[in-house]
Write a protein that binds this ligand. Structure first.
Ligand code: ADP
Length: 853
């Protein structure tokens, strides 16, 4: 993407440089002529050669003062100076009075006083150093600003269109006209005809400038009219130069140029024209008023007050004039000044503020001192007025700057307000849609931005995020041009009519950076009122840009989170499915295994009993082992099957005496263990702690004994060093509900199985109830089993409406507690009531709680 762009200090055209140098030389020539060539007689006279005044040079040059005393008087009319007569002077505007005389030379002068023609000798004064310096300063102050402004436009600003030419012509003409103008009083170097000719040339240029700089001239008729106007003006200028026109004719040209331009500006700044034009016209009008206003005011008011103004006021008037060219250049080219725009704005605002301020100060001082007695009061008055002005300056400077900004940018928005509103709001947009809505519906409109888009950049690749009222190039890879825009980020691109690229609508690009990484670029286009982004707004938009970065990052994280949650959800469902498949598989395999295993055991028993022939002792032992192992395997298979069948079948329910059940299970376990441990060092001891008369429970006896069998088997298995195993049965109260507002406690039976084995780590207490869970699940583990026993146990207990939990200390042993709702016999009911009372008194019988599974 190539954009012809204007940056001050870039390549400069050589022929244009020559033009600028020529204009400089012309101006400097007149300044030089005015300062060094123009004769300086020390007497002041007007166009009709009426003597007006004399230089007050008596203390600088007493000899000259002495020599000229009494020779001429104010009011005398000069008839001839040297050999130049008034008629010759009047007929040829290139003739210079007192020309050729050196300071101190006597000049023969003919004059008439009271109707009598007399002759005398006038001694030339010759300029003093101070006068020369004053002339130089005035010449340069009037000339240089216009020349500089013209040269800046000429050399540095583009495009080279009609506006460009007119603005250069305007500035150079003004520069030449002003220098020729001040020199023309002395008539040196043909300055007077030059002034007259220049005046005629100014007329069409000024009118044309104010007519077209803002809107291009479309109508052919108007163009023809202007063209003839130029021709006439050139003709008149030539005639002026040849002194073929009346002496005062050029005033007409001046009037045309000034009044016409002023009227055009006024019309544009008030009329129904596009806002950009109106803004520029207002700025130009302000520049013109500020340049000439102080001079006008300081000339008119003192004259009305019959006040002698003096040199200071002339200086101030002159000093305000440079505001004109720079306001013009600023108004017409501020879009193209780049980073300098902001500084130009501040400098112009400060300079014009000073001009207004000093003018106001002088006026107040002059008007005020009229009323104050020129005695001791003067000093006090001066002090008070000065102090007031200093204080006022502090308060007025900011409003004045705001006024200039409003004129320059046409907006009244307060960037800080916008910043405050949106800086908080943008990062709150959690989704991409919300962010786009906020940016296109609120942020951009409140900054009067009518086109915008955002590209996300990942690994150097740009992808569109949103586009509002612009068409982004589709399909094509835009990474390259987008990178180019990023490289020029923060810099204003003036509208180019002749550039054809998909991003020519972009006026400003704002990089979006998060944690020092570029993640996108925000492109801003057309903007009201004049399609411009001044420096303060660029700063503001950059701040908003970083907030957009935060919002984008938030939205990304939020979307990531949602995606992860969805992934986890699917993974979870997959696992559930797998779990079900596994269960089914285990069920099927178990069923298939049970039948052959039962046959194996049956046949083994038949053989052992000798039904199939005599069996010797050795064979009997082997068959014992076969039967034992087969039974173990059948038990496992039964476990596997019963895990699916834990639901208690109604028809199997009966009153179960828990104490009797516990005793029988304990006996069976003891029998098995003692046979296994016969002749071994380790031994388990078994004990039952149960009251004689405990209430019974309503349940499935076979299933309940399975519970006790499992717990006892685990107690034996996980206490490899032997030790006591105690089964306890006791009545208690239990809520069977862990919530605090559950039902009132009811009579229950607690069965506990306690061992002194290896114990269970605290973090595993919850997990041991899961199917197939074993604390040591490794293949090298010490203890056999499938990890199903506790899962089955818990299911059976739950099916009985009970609860089961475990208390355990690693290395010291575990206690499994089962609580079942009691089925009260008549005797037990009484006991239960007694229990109730005891419980409500907070006594001996604890309410079951703990690790309820
Ligand atoms: P398993 O067939 O492995 O015994 P269980 O479901 O009966 O399966 O037990 C699960 C796990 O709980 C066991 O592998 C064991 O790690 C732990 N466990 C069960 N009972 C005890 C106990 N009395 N002492 C220590 N750990 C036990």
């Amino acid at each position: 993407m190539k954009r012809p762009r204007v940056v001050l200090g870039r390549r400069v055209d050589r022929s244009l440089t020559l033009v600028a140098i020529a204009a400089l030389l012309l101006g400097l020539f007149y300044v030089f002529a005015y300062v060094f060539l123009a004769p300086y007689p020390g007497v002041d006279y007007n166009d009709r050669w009426d003597v007006l005044s004399f230089d007050n040079a008596c203390n600088v040059n007493p000899a000259w003062c002495e020599a000229t005393r009494g020779t001429l008087r104010a009011g005398d009319r000069l008839l001839a100076i040297g050999d130049l007569t008034f008629q010759e002077y009047n007929g040829d505007r290139t003739r210079v009075p007192f020309a050729g005389y050196q300071p101190g030379d006597p000049v023969p002068v003919t004059f008439s006083r009271d109707g009598i023609v007399q002759q005398t000798e006038w001694q030339m004064l010759g300029p003093t150093g101070a006068i020369r310096f004053g002339r130089l300063l005035a010449g340069l102050i009037l000339f240089l600003p216009f020349w500089l402004a013209g040269t800046i436009v000429l050399l540095f600003l583009r495009p080279r269109n009609i506006r460009w030419r007119l603005l250069i012509a305007f500035n150079y003409l003004m520069a030449a006209w002003l220098t020729a103008g001040i020199a023309s009083a002395t008539r040196i170097a043909a300055s007077s005809p030059a002034l007259h000719a220049l005046t005629w040339l100014m007329a069409p240029v000024f009118l044309h400038l104010h007519l077209v700089v803002l809107a291009s001239l479309r109508s052919q008729r108007r163009r023809n009219l202007l063209f003839s106007f130029y021709l006439v003006a050139i003709l008149l200028a030539v005639l002026e130069f040849l002194q073929l026109l009346p002496n005062t004719a050029y005033y007409l040209g001046l009037l045309l140029a000034l009044v016409g331009s002023f009227a055009l500006l006024l019309f544009r700044s008030l009329g129904q024209v596009p806002s950009a034009e109106r803004l520029a016209a207002r700025l130009m009008l302000l520049g013109a008023s500020l340049a000439f206003g102080p001079g006008l005011v300081l000339w008119v008011i003192p004259t009305l007050l019959h006040f002698d103004t003096g040199k200071l006021i002339t200086d101030i008037t002159t000093a305000a004039i440079p505001l004109l060219p720079f306001f013009y250049v600023y108004a017409l080219y501020k879009h193209r000044l780049g980073g300098l725009e902001f500084r130009a704005n501040r400098v112009l605002s400060l300079y014009s503020f000073l001009a207004l301020f000093v003018t106001a100060f002088i006026l107040v001082f002059m008007v005020g001192s009229r009323w104050v007695e020129l005695t001791s009061g003067t000093l006090a008055f001066a002090l008070i007025v000065s102090a007031l002005f200093v204080v006022a300056a502090l308060f007025l400077r900011t409003p004045y700057q705001r006024f200039i900004d409003r004129l320059a940018y046409g907006t009244e928005h307060n960037p800080e307000d916008i910043l405050r509103t949106f800086v908080n709001e943008i990062p709150r947009a959690l989704s991409r849609e919300a962010l786009v809505q906020l940016l296109t519906r609120e942020v951009a409109p409140s900054l009067l931005i009518w086109q915008s888009a955002l590209y996300l950049i990942t690994d150097g690749n740009a992808s569109p995020f949103y586009a509002d009222r612009v068409a982004l190039p589709e399909g094509a890879d835009v990474s390259q041009p987008v990178q180019q825009l990023v490289a020029e980020a923060g810099r204003y691109h003036p509208p180019e009519t002749d550039v054809q690229d998909p991003f020519s609508w972009v006026r400003l690009a704002i990089p979006i950076v998060v944690r020092k990484q570029l993640i996108g670029v925000w492109l801003l286009g057309k903007r009201d009122p004049d399609d411009y982004y001044p420096q303060p707004d660029v700063g503001l938009l950059s701040t908003l840009g970083s907030q957009i970065g935060v919002a984008l990052e938030n939205a990304r994280l939020f979307e990531d989170l949602q995606r992860r949650a969805a992934e986890l959800e699917t993974a979870y469902r997959d696992l559930q499915q797998l779990d079900r498949l596994k269960d089914e598989f285990v069920q099927n395999v178990s069923h298939e295994l049970r039948t052959p295993l039962t046959s194996v055991r049956g046949y083994a028993e038949l053989i052992r009993e000798g039904e199939m022939g005599k069996v010797n002792i050795e064979q009997q032992k082997a068959l014992d082992t076969i039967i034992d192992r087969t039974e173990g395997t059948i038990r496992l298979v039964n476990d596997l099957i019963s895990i699916q069948q834990a639901a208690v079948e109604r028809e199997n329910l009966e009153q179960v005496n828990v104490v009797a059940l516990a005793r029988s299970c304990l006996d069976a376990a003891q029998l098995v263990v003692s046979s296994q441990e016969r002749g071994r060092a380790v031994s388990h001891t078994f004990a039952l702690e149960a009251p004689e008369d405990a209430p019974s429970v309503w349940g499935d006896r076979r299933r309940l004994s399975q519970v006790l069998d499992n717990l006892l088997q685990n107690a034996v298995k996980f206490s490899p060093n032997g030790g006591p195993i105690t089964v306890g049965v006791r009545p208690c109260l239990d809520q069977f509900d862990s919530t605090t507002d559950g039902p009132p406690p009811q009579a229950a039976i607690e069965i506990s199985v306690k061992d002194a084995g290896i114990g269970i780590p605290a973090d595993r207490l919850d997990r041991i109830w899961e199917r197939f869970y074993q604390i040591d699940g490794s293949s090298s583990r010490q203890f056999g089993g499938l990890g199903l026993g506790l899962a089955i146990t818990r299911d059976i207990v739950k099916a009985h409406g009970g609860a089961i939990w475990v208390e355990s200390v690693v290395g010291a042993g575990s206690t499994f507690r089962v609580v079942l709702p009691a089925q009260l016999s008549a005797v037990a009911a009484e006991a239960s009531e007694a229990l109730d009372g005891a419980a409500s008194r907070g006594a001996d019988y604890p309410v079951g709680e703990g690790n309820v599974a």
